[in-house]
Design a binder for this molecule. Sequence first.
Ligand SMILES: [Zn+2]
Length: 134
Amino acid sequence: MTNMAQEDERNAAIRKMTELLRAGATMLAETCPICNAPLFRLPSGEVLCPIHGRVFIAKSEEEVAEASVISTLSELEKTACSALIQLINAVKRNEMGLDEAARIAVYWLDAIERAERIKDMIRLRKAMGQERKR
Ligand SMILES: [Zn+2]
C-alpha cells in the first residue's frame, strides 16, 4: 500500500469517527481486534469499528477473540470468492486451461469449506455456552 492510500484510509477513519461522535456515539476503551481502532457504542447500544463498520458485541476476551476469528475467516472467504471469479474469467478469456483452473479452484473451495466449518464450530460453542448460562 502506498503512503497516499494509508493517508486516505486514516482520513476516512477520522471522518467516520467524527460522524459517529456527532451521531451521539461514545468512544470505548476497547479497540477493534483487527485494526486496533477505538470502538464506538451507538445510542442504540450497537458497538462498531469506524473502519470495519462491523458490530462487535464482545463482552469477554474470549468473545473478542471469536469475533476476530470469524471476521478473519469471512475475509478469507471473500478473497477465495474473488480468486474463483478471476479463475472463471481467465478460462473465459482462454488465458488458462480448464484443468489448471479446476485444480486451483479446488484449493480455494477447500479453504471456503474449512472456514465455514470453523465458523459453525464457534457458533455452536457459543450457543452451547449461552444454554449453560440460562
Ligand atoms: Zn477495525
